[in-house]
Design a protein around this ligand. Structure first.
Ligand code: SF4
Length: 339
């Protein structure tokens, strides 16, 4: 029997106070990953602090600087279908809708999406070693069945991938994560939010204990003219990415003025390579340019026994997705770009 207490926080300060005085307390918003982890016996909170209804004070709204602020407690579905997001940040809308199922997106919140744990199957199996679940016990995936695992940024302690689709688009858009804690509020650039495993794979991100994500800021530039999100997976629906790519392009005629390319399904965090994006500046927007950028992005890639295929898959996905970004009409379901 798992006994636990439950309270509804009336506001953010109430939520922070409840967690700061109890190190076994946890926030619950949509709960779509937390309840999984609890059922698998990986979490044992003795107090749940419900922050769901705080979304009434945390809408999606335009900011004075021209960007848009996403409330952390707004659901993924309400975000993806919000007119501001559909019109100004269609890359984000498309990435969100590529994830999970309609039912899960109706429950899952924006803040929770950033905090979901890896879907490495060894992590969920308490009978096998896993450094992320039990630091120092070993990594069962290193010499195990590692088809879904990382090819970039790995360590000998963990080769798990971060499973979000939404976060791949947020990385490409250079979002900023706003958090609050007992020591005050701070903002974290998206690329600094999630961590590589290194020797501490138990830490997925740089949140401090007791800190709460309150909102996510999108910069003014949304790449709404030339964008694409491509998710490659074993099953067309309700499956995590083997490789995904979020691409935003700014063009001047046939030339690339700015490019953003973020990969999902390949590392412990959404993966961007500045050198590749710099390379694309002032290059013609053709497959050959994107192929050269793909080689730069994957130059450090290292495959394991069952996932070497991901290196070539990622390169092809980068090229294909960039060509789709040149043809916005290919964003329609079922449409194919002419390569
Ligand atoms: Fe655990 Fe990471 Fe190894 Fe998976 S890859 S078994 S999460 S240490």
């Amino acid at each position: 029997m798992n006994n636990f207490d439950y309270i509804q926080a009336g506001n953010i300060n109430e939520a922070l106070n409840a967690v700061s005085t109890n190190d076994k307390a946890m926030f619950i918003a949509g709960g779509t990953n937390l309840l999984d982890l609890w059922k698998y016996n990986l979490l044992h909170p003795d107090l749940l602090v419900d922050i769901n209804h705080l979304n009434k004070n945390q809408p999606i709204e335009e900011k004075e600087a021209g960007g848009v602020r996403l409330g952390a407690f707004v659901t993924n579905a309400d975000t993806a279908y919000h007119p501001l997001i559909e019109q100004r940040y269609p890359l984000l809308s498309k990435a969100i809708l590529a994830g999970a199922s309609g039912q899960i997106r109706n429950m899952a919140t924006n803040g929770g999406n950033l905090l979901q744990r890896t879907r490495c199957y060894y992590f969920y199996d308490p009978d096998v070693p896993c450094n992320k679940r039990n630091p120092g016990s070993g990594c069962s995936a290193l010499n195990g069945y590692n088809r879904i695992h990382a090819i970039l940024g790995t360590s000998l302690d963990c080769i798990a991938v971060f499973p979000s689709d939404m976060c791949v688009a947020l990385a490409a858009l250079e979002a900023v994560v706003n958090v609050s804690g007992s020591k005050g509020a701070r903002s974290i650039p998206f690329t600094d939010f999630h961590r590589l495993p290194g020797t501490t794979p138990e830490l997925d991100n740089n949140l401090q204990p007791g800190e709460l994500i309150t909102s996510i800021d999108l910069p003014a530039k949304g790449f709404s003219e030339n964008y694409s999100y491509l998710k490659l997976r074993d099953r067309h629906s309700y499956a995590f990415a083997l490789v995904s790519v979020a691409t935003g392009l700014e063009l001047e005629g046939d030339m690339i003025k700015e490019a953003r390319i973020a990969l999902g399904g390949v590392a412990h965090k959404p993966w961007r390579v500045q050198e590749a994006e710099d390379f694309l500046k002032n290059k013609p927007a053709i497959a050959k340019s994107f192929a050269a950028a793909a080689d730069i992005i994957l130059q450090e890639a290292k495959g394991f026994k069952y996932n070497v295929f991901k290196i070539e898959l990622a390169k092809r996905a980068i090229i294909r997705n960039a060509m789709m970004a040149l043809q916005p009409e290919t964003q329609l379901p079922g449409a194919q770009p002419s390569l």
